[in-house]
Structure formats: structure tokens, C-alpha cells
Design a protein around this ligand. Structure first.
Ligand code: FAD
Length: 1019
């Protein structure tokens, strides 16, 4: 990793310590009472002049996002404008407005004014929504015409959107900027081309062209202005490359950096600003590496240009060090750079990611006022670096603004304030008015030879830049929702400013105190006190990645001896005789052993990942998830055993005690597959053991070493040797012998439906006891996508669900059903996204798709693909290096004519796509008719539709608006119905019961002559 990134500390350091250090850096630097004195009049003035009824603040006051109405508004804003077909638009609107009561939201007349003005244009807009051939669908026009509310809603969303977008294209935005400058001549803009991040090379080229075009237009329109007065552009690196990820560093440096260099050249030639937006925290180190490369380019090509910069998010716990790293780059490369300090826009997403990945903390602060502390400390640091960096402070918070002005005055540094278009207008009106010098139009040069070098600077330099999004309505949606969330959050300054109930003193309360307790439970404490979440690793962090990569290099797969018939007989005898002692152990003792095994495994994440990569050909990301699942199984079943397997006292007549007891059944045979050689193996085995059974475990033939390592770990944790035996060998020999053995008291099997049936028949034919079978088998898993879904989100979910683990998951997506009205676009995006997948060596961090398990699987998949090539329409295929042709199958997608054309489970990276139209209920019936019932994905913004589909589907695991793989123990208990298995679900609260026999113990407590307790008044 290049030097710059290594300057950053670990992302998840303990929050209190980080906050203390930041507070220490501010010691004696801020006079907060003076901040209040400066900011209180601004706040009061804004409150005295309330925003117009259509403004965001008013709207969110009427409909806060914590209310059903506010939520409905936000969800409609996110989806309605992109829906192409009228029927879905009506369903979506009815769904969201149906649960909200807009008529009783506010009391004043402004609301009625708003709604009536919206309704006026409703019918016209509603008609526009209709497809051209609407006449061919009798009744539709009438229905929609009648539902003026749909039109009104569309209009409302458009109005909302317009508040945040300066223009639909750069020309319009520049025109609007000119208009605004008539009143405020020194106003500057940084234009942002809206859109989702690129998923395909084509998307990236489109964004690149938009940026190039915008730079040209801005350059033309700002000719004649001094450099400091020029408008600029903000760019998102994720828009310029579909794989702007740490794992793809090489591609990012080879492909993305030259693209940005091209933009830099154009911006530098025109001497306008170019700022790189800040994105998710897992891209922080990458962004620094890229920024350093770009700075090197600036050094070589335009060393005098002062308009290059990046945004830094104060909510990141590493923001302070990031500023130092940028200052170091500026010094090293003799450049003067810009840094835009923001608080950060993706807080909710960062918290969720850290919890999902089981990280050892959060990369962002968990208290709003810790972010404020960080912002102030970072501001202070930026001002200290003002010789290298032009500080640009982006905030709408009056307290923060006043504090910045105070600190900047102290430093005598030149700086710039920034706000988002559509936000903070009122506050900045007051801030600028309160700074009389700001009206003195005296443009200054921000170059080193200008303002600072001349020693001229100070608060009278106060200047304001507006971040101005540009784009069509469709491109605006994600941005709009971010802003709605930001403005609607209770903790947000803008939200509280609009709420007259919040006293000014509270609004401007000093943030300079650490919080008493953590704002969010640590990711490890996600499941409360009962059990710890398993620890993960963030592959985007070099320090966390390195031990895993080292383990892969160091791992050698051991040979596991094959078991013959005699070994099976011997093992069964031993397990049979070991049963009494093991099942007699108190459940707490058994649980403690299993829990200890989980803890050992948790601590040896790297070693087990190494083994999984080497033996099963899994990628590192998949390996981490698998080890974590196994740890979770241990902890979850231990907890479940203690809470669920304890005797239950039952009611009954006096003189009698009744108790229900659960105990192990005997020897359980556990047969597991190669696709999750650790997690499924461990899950079956520890469930059976903790319930009091002894276990004969037969791992898949392809992956015995992983299983052997887990067995050793269980013994290390204290499991007696006669409670568990590993028997490695072919299913037809070893598996069959175990199932047919007379000592077998239960079978737990995960694998194909065919083998499950064979086991079922063997058990049925046995002369001995009736032996229970828990079978978890395959699926023809579908995803239903309607036209309200967000294509980018669909593609992310599809690519992960269909191709992760080379499609070798029982939960994997096999059949994508896309609504016909959006199918062309989704299919094109799918094709592009597949071309971005990297197929290769599982040990390499950049690999998305590793090998299929063995030559037999390769042969079967190749034949299936060859058949589809003849019978279906090829959509797209990932590139495959010839080196991997014999071991890997390139992810591939085909379009089928109908659902029924998919007849069998194809266990690999092969996706089948169908288009659907008409009634979604019919589609669900056809999916049900496939008779598998494992997983189902639903992508829709119509909540009632998602609920209805889920209720109709005879499917075990249903996922809405996300991928459909990676079920988490105790969170998404896993298992299907029909041809997909018997249940109960693994990792669910009913699982252990199936491993137990039940006994009711009834004791006549009055047997010895009479009911002494009753007579003594004790009963
Ligand atoms: C010019 C400009 C450019 C921008 N560019 C970017 C960018 O590149 N990348 C980006 O991510 N954002 C960007 N933003 C958005 C920016 O992050 C938000 O507008 C900003 O956080 C709002 O802060 P505030 O000071 O206006 O409001 P405040 O109300 O004072 O602060 C709100 C912020 O506090 C933080 N917060 C909220 N709750 C918590 C909590 N429980 N724990 C910890 N922190 C919390 C969040 O960051 C939230 O946005 C930009 C904003 C502007 C004005």
C-alpha cells in the first residue's frame, strides 16, 4: 500500500479516547459563550422570517420523517418519479398515502394551499404518466384521472426535488447561478452532476462525459472572473468507475486515475475548482491513495493551480489524521490544495455496515455532538494548515458557522463557507448580512501568492459557495432522500431550527462535552447480553486484511484418512456407548463446551479462512462470513439449549407433579455439503451435541480437512472423544452405512433433494426405530422485480445473489423475474455489471468469483450452459482468462421465455432471466408451482405488495429489497419447504427441539399415604 494511506490509524478505535484527544486539541481555543452571542441573532432572525409553505423546512415541520406522513413522502420521493407504468405508480401512491393521513397533518391553511395548488396540475401530470397506448387499456385513464392524488403527489415530489436541484442540465444551472448572482455578486457555485454510482463501464463513461461537458460549460461561463471567484465542480469517484473499491486498487489506479487526470487537466486549464466528494468510510484509504496520485499529476502538469481539493467527513473517527495526511501531500508535492470539511451524509449506512460485518467498533462517531467536536477540531487543524490548504467549511449549523468564524479570525486565515443548494439559505443570509465587509466586493486571489502569502486574511473574507446539484428528476432521487433524511433527523440542526419549540440556547448548546455512554451498542453487542456477535474483519483495511492473506499463504491442507466399513462400525459402537455419559451431562456443561469452541474459532478467524480458501476455493470475503456463521451457530445453540431445553413444569391436580423434559435421542448422523464446509458442518454437529446426542459426522468428500480442524477444536474445548467421530468417505459408502446403522437415532442432512430422498427411503425401510430426518436441500430461487424497484439496487442484489461463491449456495438466485416495463434497462445494466466481475484465483483479494468445486461440477455446468446457448438468449458473460478455463465457470446470464423453462437446480454461476407482466399474483403461483421453496427475493417499493407476495409464497426465506444470500444465525433462520427441505430452520428457535426426544415425568406426590403438602397449606 502506498505511503499516504499508512498514515491513517485504524478506523474503529475506541470512541471516548478519540473524542478526548479531539477535545484536548480544542482546549482554550474556543469561546463558546461568544459563539452563542454571534449565532443567536441569526437563529432568531431566521425564525422570525419563516420559510415559505413550499420550502423543505415547512414541509418537514408538517410531515416529520418520524411520522407516517413524512415517511410516505420520503418513500414516494425516492421511487415515484422513476416508475414508468401507470398501474404501478397508482399502486405505489395508494400504498404509501393509504397509510398516511395528509388531511390531518398540519392545522394552518398553508397546507391546504399547498395541496390545492398541487392538485390543480394533477390531471395533466397524471396523463403524462400514462404510456402512449393507454387508450388500449380501457378504464386506466379514467381510473388515473379519478385519482388526482397520484398526479398531485408526482407534482409534490417534483416541487420537492426542484428545491435541491439548480438545473436539469449544466446550461440551466449556470443560468440559475447567474440569476442568483445578480443579488449576491460574490456567490460561487460547485456543480455536482447527480446520479447513482456507476455499475457498468457504460455508466462510468456517461458520467465522465457529463463532467467533461460541465467543466467546459463552467469554464466558458466564468471567463473573466478571478480564480477565487470562479465556480467549480464536485465529482464522485464512484461515478467514474464501477469498481471504485479497495479490493480493486490496481484497476482503480490504472483506469480511474487517468480519467480523473483528464478532468483535472481541463479544470486546471480553465483555472476552476475541482473537488472530490467524500464517500463511504471503506473507501477512505483508497481515496487518499488516489488523491496522492492525482496530486502527483497536478504537481507535474499544473503546479500553480490552486483549485484541486477533496471533501473530508468529520463524522469519521480518522478525519483529523486524514487532514494531516492531505497537508503532508500538499507539502511533499509543493501544492496548495483545498479541503472541504463536511460532517458526512451516510451515517446510518456506516452504522449498519459495521454491525453487519461484526467490526470491532464504528468508523464513525455514534453521538451527533461527537461529530460536532470532531468538526471543530478538524476545522482548527485545517486553519493551522492554511499555508498548504484552503479550508472550505460546509455546514448549515449556525453554531458551527459562528465557531468557525471565531477560530478563523484568531488564525487570520483565509477560508470559505459552503452550503447545499436548498439548505441553510436563511442562516447564511443572516451570516453574510452580519459580516458587513462581505458586501465589499473585493475579489482576492486564493493562490499562495495571493491572500495568505500577502498576510491578508480574516473574517471579512467571508465568502460563500453553494454546492449545486444538476440533473433530471430521475437522477435526483437518491440525493433527495439523503437530504430529506438529513433535514428530517431529530438531531439535525436544520430540523431543530424549524421547530420553534426548541429554545435558542438548546439549539446552540455547546457540544464540547463527551457523552456519558456509547450512542450505539458495539457491533459485538448487537444481540444483547445473551451472546456476542461473531467478530469480522474489514477487508478494506490493510491491517485487518494482512493476517488473513498471510494465513492463506501459510496454510497447507492436511490429508484426512478415509473411513472404511470397519471404521464406521467401530465409531457407531463407541458413540452409542458414549451417549449415556454425554447426555447425562447438565445442559449448562454441554453449552459451555460448545460456547468455548465458538470463542476459540472466533479467535482463529484467519487460520480457518486460510483453510477455507485452500480447500474449498472460497474468496476471502466468503470465508470470513462462513467462519462467523460457524461461531454464531456455536453461541446461538449454546444459548438456545440453556434457555429452551430446561425442564418445564406443567400444571395439574394437587398431589402430583408434572414435568416435560428434553434429552438427546442417541447417535445423530450429520451429513454436510462442500459449499459451506465449516458453517453447515459446525451448525449440524453442535446443535446435535448440545441437545445431548453423540454425533457421527460425515463431511463432504471434497472438504474433509476443514471439518477435521473443527472437530479438533471441539475436543480442545473439552468435548469427550466418544461424543463425536469424523468419518470421511464417499456418500454412497460411508454416508449410506451410517444412515442404515441400527444405532442411528436421527439424521441431519444438507445436500441435494435426490440424496435426501434416498436417505428418507433408507430410514423408512429400516426395521428398527422410526428415525427422524432433518433435511435441508436445494432451491430454484427466484427474485421478483417490479417497476418501482431501483435498478442499481436490483443489480447489486442480483450480482451478489447469483454469482457470489460462484453461485454455489443453496440460497443463490437462479431465476430473475423482471417487470417488462423496466426489463430492457435492467438487463443492459446486468450485462454491464457482469463484465466488471473478476473471475480468478480465490486467494487474491481482487477476485470476485473463484473456481467451482471440482471437475464433475465443471462438466455439469458446462453442459448446462451449452444447452442454454442453443435454447435460450445469451444476456452476458464475465470474462474468463484461459488459465482458469478448466476450473472456473464464467458468470453467465440467459433470458428464458417463461418461468417453467427452468426445470432443475443448477449449482453454479448461471442466472436465468424472464420478463413478467400483468398480475404479480400469477407470477408467484408459477414460482410456487416449481415446488421448491428455499429463498425468494422481492424488489419493490410497494410495501403492501411485498407483504402479499411473501404471504402467498410457499418459501422459507424471503428477502425484500436486498440480496437473498448470507442468512445470519438467529436473525434469518434458514431453511425451506417443499422440495427444499423438511425444516426446522437452522439457526432458528425451533431447531434444537428436533434433535431431542421428549419425556413427561408425572409423580404422584401423595403416593405415600396422602397429600401432606395440601394439608400443610403448602400446595
Ligand atoms: C458543500 C457541501 C458539500 C458536501 N459534500 C459531501 C460529501 O462529499 N460527502 C458527504 O458525506 N457529505 C457531504 N455533504 C453533506 C454533509 O455531510 C451534510 O450536509 C452535513 O453533514 C450536515 O451537517 P450540518 O453541520 O449542516 O448539520 P448538523 O445538523 O449540525 O449535523 C448533522 C450531521 O451530524 C452527523 N450526525 C447525525 N447524527 C449523528 C450521530 N448519532 N452520531 C454521529 N454523528 C451524527 C451527520 O454527519 C449529520 O449529517 C456536503 C455538504 C455541503 C454543504
Amino acid at each position: 500500500m502506498p505511503i499516504a494511506a499508512s498514515r491513517l490509524p485504524a478506523p474503529c478505535r475506541p470512541e471516548p479516547a478519540v473524542v478526548q484527544r479531539l477535545l484536548a486539541s480544542l482546549q482554550g481555543r474556543l469561546d463558546w459563550p461568544a459563539v452563542i452571542t454571534a449565532a443567536a441573532p441569526w437563529v432568531q432572525a431566521v425564525r422570525d422570517k419563516p420559510a415559505p409553505f413550499w420550502a423543505m423546512e415547512s414541509l418537514l415541520r408538517e410531515y416529520p420523517i418520524s411520522s407516517a406522513e413524512g415517511l410516505a413522502l420520503m418513500r414516494l420521493a425516492e421511487a415515484l418519479l422513476r416508475v414508468p407504468d401507470a398501474e404501478t405508480a397508482i399502486a405505489l401512491t395508494a400504498d404509501q398515502l393509504g397509510r398516511a393521513d395528509f388531511s390531518s397533518g398540519g392545522s394552518d391553511s398553508s397546507q391546504h394551499k399547498m395541496l390545492s395548488s398541487l392538485s390543480a396540475s394533477a390531471i395533466g401530470l397524471a396523463k403524462r404518466l400514462l404510456p402512449d397506448d393507454a387508450g388500449s387499456k380501457p378504464g386506466l385513464l379514467e381510473r388515473l384521472g379519478a385519482q388526482t392524488v397520484v398526479g398531485a403527489t408526482v407534482r409534490a415530489i417534483q416541487l420537492l426535488g426542484r428545491q435541491f436541484v439548480l438545473g436539469r442540465h449544466i446550461g440551466e444551472a449556470l443560468g440559475e447561478a447567474r440569476t442568483q448572482r445578480k443579488d449576491q455578486p460574490r456567490l460561487r457555485f460547485s456543480f455536482d452532476m447527480l446520479g447513482e454510482g456507476a455499475r457498468t463501464a457504460h455508466d462510468a463513461q456517461r458520467y465522465l462525459a457529463a463532467y467533461q461537458n460541465a467543466i467546459t460549460a463552467i469554464a466558458e461561463s466564468t471567463q473573466g472572473q478571478g480564480p477565487a471567484e470562479r465556480d467549480g465542480i464536485s465529482i464522485k469517484l464512484s461515478a467514474l468507475h464501477p469498481r471504485y473499491e479497495d479490493a480493486q486498487l490496481e484497476r482503480v489506479l490504472d483506469e480511474l486515475v487517468p480519467r480523473v487526470c483528464g478532468l483535472i487537466d481541463a479544470a486546471a486549464r480553465a483555472d476552476i475548482n475541482l473537488t472530490i466528494d467524500a464517500e463511504e468510510s471503506d473507501r477512505l484509504e483508497l481515496s487518499l491513495v488516489v488523491f496522492d496520485r492525482l496530486a502527483a499529476h497536478v504537481q507535474d502538469t499544473a503546479p500553480a493551480w490552486t483549485g484541486f481539493g477533496l471533501a473530508i467527513q468529520a463524522y469519521q473517527t480518522r478525519a483529523y489524521e486524514m487532514i494531516d495526511a492531505v497537508a503532508e501531500i500538499a507539502r511533499r508535492r509543493s501544492l496548495r490544495l483545498m479541503v472541504r470539511l463536511v460532517k458526512g451524509a451516510y451515517w446510518d449506512g456506516e452504522i449498519k455496515r459495521a454491525q453487519e460485518l461484526g467490526l470491532n467498533g464504528y468508523p464513525v462517531f455514534t453521538h451527533k455532538h461527537h461529530t460536532d467536536i470532531s468538526y471543530l477540531a478538524c476545522a482548527q487543524r485545517l486553519l493551522e494548515h492554511h499555508a498548504q490548504i484552503l479550508p472550505q467549511f460546509a455546514t448549515h449549523n449556525a453554531g458551527t458557522i459562528a465557531a468557525i468564524v471565531q477560530m478563523a479570525r484568531h488564525h487570520g486565515a483565509r477560508f470559505e463557507m459552503q452550503r447545499l443548494h436548498g439548505m441553510g439559505e436563511g442562516v447564511y443570509r443572516e451570516v453574510m448580512a452580519a459580516s458587513p465587509e462581505s458586501r465589499r466586493a473585493a475579489p482576492r486571489d486564493s493562490s499562495p501568492s495571493g491572500g495568505d502569502a500577502a498576510g491578508v486574511s480574516g473574517p471579512h473574507e467571508l465568502s460563500l459557495r453553494i454546492y449545486a446539484p444538476v440533473g433530471e428528476h430521475r437522477d435526483l432521487l437518491a440525493y433527495l432522500v439523503r437530504r430529506l433524511l438529513e433535514n428530517g433527523a431529530n438531531s439535525s440542526f436544520v430540523h431543530q431550527l424549524a421547530d420553534a419549540q426548541v429554545p435558542v440556547t438548546e439549539l446552540l448548546h455547546s457540544p464540547l462535552q463527551p457523552a456519558d455512554a456509547a450512542g450505539q451498542p458495539a457491533p459485538a453487542a448487537l444481540y444483547g447480553s445473551g451472546r456476542a456477535n461473531s467478530s469480522g474483519a474489514d477487508l478494506a483495511v490493510p491491517e485487518q486484511r494482512a493476517p488473513l492473506q498471510a494465513a492463506v499463504q501459510a496454510t497447507q491442507v492436511r490429508t484426512v484418512p478415509l473411513a472404511d466399513e470397519a471404521a464406521v462400525r467401530h465409531a457407531m459402537t463407541m458413540l452409542d456407548s458414549g451417549f449415556d455419559a454425554w447426555s447425562a451431562r447438565p445442559v449448562a456443561e454441554r453449552a459451555a463446551i460448545i460456547r468455548r469452541a465458538g470463542d476459540l474459532l472466533d479467535a482463529r478467524l484467519a487460520a480457518y479462512c486460510g483453510l477455507l480458501v485452500r480447500e474449498a476455493g472460497k474468496t476471502l470475503g466468503d470465508c470470513i462470513a462462513e467462519v462467523r456463521e460457524a461461531v454464531d451457530f456455536c453461541r446461538y445453540y449454546a444459548e438456545q439449549a440453556e434457555s429452551r431445553l430446561a425442564p418445564i413444569a406443567l400444571p395439574g391436580p394437587t398431589g402430583e407433579s408434572n414435568e416435560l423434559r428434553l434429552h438427546g435421542r442417541g447417535v445423530f448422523v450429520c451429513i454436510s455439503p462442500w459449499n459451506f464446509p465449516l458453517a453447515i458442518f459446525a451448525g449440524q454437529v453442535v446443535a446435535a451435541l448440545v441437545a445431548g446426542n453423540t454425533v457421527a459426522a460425515k463431511p463432504a468428500e471434497q472438504t474433509p480437512a476443514v471439518a477435521q480442524a473443527f472437530v479438533e477444536l471441539l475436543h480442545e474445548a473439552g468435548l469427550p472423544t466418544d461424543a463425536l467421530r469424523l468419518l470421511h468417505g464417499p456418500g454412497e459408502a460411508v454416508g449410506a452405512a451410517l444412515v442404515a446403522h441400527p444405532a442411528t437415532a436421527g439424521v441431519c442432512f444438507t445436500g441435494s433433494t435426490q440424496v435426501a430422498k434416498i436417505i428418507q427411503r433408507t430410514l423408512a425401510a429400516s426395521e428398527g426405530a422410526i428415525v427422524p430426518l432433518i433435511a435441508e436441500t436445494g432451491g430454484l430461487n427466484a427474485m421478483v422485480v417490479d417497476s418501482s424497484a431501483l435498478p442499481e439496487q436490483v443489480i447489486d442484489a442480483v450480482v451478489q445473489s447469483a454469482f457470489r461463491s460462484a453461485g454455489q449456495r443453496c440460497s443463490a438466485l437462479r431465476l430473475l423475474c423482471v417487470h417488462e416495463s423496466i426489463a430492457d434497462g435492467v438487463i443492459a445494466m446486468l450485462r454491464g455489471a457482469m463484465q466488471e466481475l473478476r473471475v480468478g484465483d480465490a486467494a487474491e483479494i481482487a477476485t470476485d468469483v473463484g473456481p467451482v468445486i471440482d471437475a464433475e461440477a465443471h462438466g455439469n455446468l458446462s453442459r448446462h450452459v451449452a444447452r442454454l446457448e442453443r435454447e435460450a438468449t445469451l444476456i452476458g458473460r464475465a470474462a474468463l482468462d484461459t488459465r482458469f478455463a478448466a476450473t472456473h465457470i464464467a458468470p453467465v446470464a440467459f433470458e428464458l421465455k417463461q418461468v417453467e423453462d427452468l426445470r432443475e437446480e443448477v449449482f453454479g454461476p448461471v442466472l436465468h432471466v424472464v420478463r413478467w407482466g400483468g398480475d404479480v399474483d400469477t407470477l408467484v403461483k408459477r414460482i410456487n408451482a416449481l415446488r421448491y421453496g428455499l429463498t425468494l427475493g422481492i424488489q419493490t417499493r410497494i410495501d403492501s405488495r411485498a407483504t402479499r407476495i411473501a404471504a402467498q409464497a410457499r418459501i422459507g426465506n424471503v428477502y425484500v429489497n436486498r440480496n437473498m444470500i448470507g442468512a445470519v444465525v438467529g436473525v434469518q433462520p434458514f431453511g425451506g419447504e417443499g422440495l427444499s427441505g423438511t425444516g426446522p430452520k437452522a439457526g432458528g428457535p425451533h431447531y434444537l427441539y428436533r434433535f431431542c426426544a421428549e419425556q413427561t415425568l408425572t409423580i404422584n406426590t401423595a403416593a405415600a399415604g396422602g397429600n401432606a403438602a395440601l394439608l400443610a397449606g403448602l400446595d
